[in-house]
Design a protein around this ligand. Structure first.
Ligand code: IPD
Ligand code: CA
Ligand code: CA
Ligand code: CA
Length: 265
């Protein structure tokens, strides 16, 4: 991708994400229209939908040849990663948005011919924007993030949802329990995008989950790679941006150790 075009896209994406976030903060205490999707705990609000529409409108006006893959389905029917594709989660952590009015993010990954060029994850209520451009490092607001430190497993914090430590169809839960006992501590923030941002920032060290969609991890791929971390499927294979995936993300030191402790079913 031409550098001038990439910088132009980055500048606009940054401006739009700040604008969308400010709007959410401005109306955070107003009543919400809350709906459910696949099950009673799978929430969606008018804010998820309107935020996605806001980005779609901006992108279509400014870059009519770009395509958009968004969680709420207003974008294009994406079957390939040809050209420039914006992969957008308008609110990642909708349950937190509804219940806590914090701990949610806007996540945007911009791919060109299948390569992640730009990643933005905006922690809306904290007004903290994590950004990365391929080959140019990752930043939190305007501050450059250092390369990830390699910590041993016993000094690492692992982000994991407790559901994977209970009997389930996807992973040997006893292996997960062993892993949980070996790490220093576990956390679960309820927003995959923020969890990737926190790994990039070095405040947690690994994240393992068995079900994410492309809009959950698209921006995370660019951010994590720019700080020298690893982000793959749980078996180490490359993430597929056209389907749901298992995801393992961490610094280089503990990546194999996590993989060795789990057994996918
Ligand atoms: C969800 C969050 C959550 C993860 C779920 C996602 P949403 O996204 O990232 O942390 O565990 O798998 O679906 O629906 O709030 O955008
Ligand atoms: Ca959702
Ligand atoms: Ca999401
Ligand atoms: Ca979402």
């Amino acid at each position: 991708m031409d550098e001038k075009i990439r910088q132009d896209i980055f500048k606009r994406a940054k401006q739009w994400i700040h604008e969308a976030g400010k709007h959410i903060r401005d109306v955070i205490d107003e009543p919400l229209y809350i709906d459910t999707k696949s099950n009673p705990n799978d929430l969606v609000t008018d804010m998820d939908r309107n935020t996605e529409k806001y980005f779609l409108e901006k992108i279509q006006q400014t870059y009519p040849d770009h395509r958009v893959l968004g969680e709420e389905g207003y974008g294009d029917d994406i079957q390939s990663l040809e050209g420039t594709v914006w992969i957008i989660d308008p609110i990642d952590g909708t349950m937190n948005f509804v219940h806590q009015k914090r701990n949610f993010a806007i996540s945007i990954g911009i791919f060109h011919e299948g390569i992640g060029e730009i990643g933005l994850i905006y922690n809306v209520m904290e007004d903290q924007l994590y950004t990365a451009i391929r080959g140019q490092g990752a930043f939190k607001n305007e501050k450059k993030l250092p390369q990830l430190a390699n910590k041993v497993l016993g000094e690492s914090i692992l982000v994991i949802n407790s559901v994977w430590a209970c009997p389930n169809k996807k992973i040997n839960h006893e292996g997960v329990q062993t892993l949980i006992k070996r790490v220093r501590g576990t956390r679960s923030y309820g927003s995959a995008a923020l969890e990737f941002a926190f790994i990039a920032e070095g405040i947690v060290d690994g994240y393992l989950t068995l079900q994410l969609s492309p809009w959950d991890f698209a921006a995370g791929i660019v951010l994590i790679e720019e700080v020298g971390g690893i982000i793959t499927q749980a078996n180490g294979e490359k993430l597929n941006l056209l389907s749901n995936n298992t995801v393992l993300c961490s610094n280089r030191e503990i990546n194999d150790l996590i993989k060795d402790n789990i057994e996918l079913l």
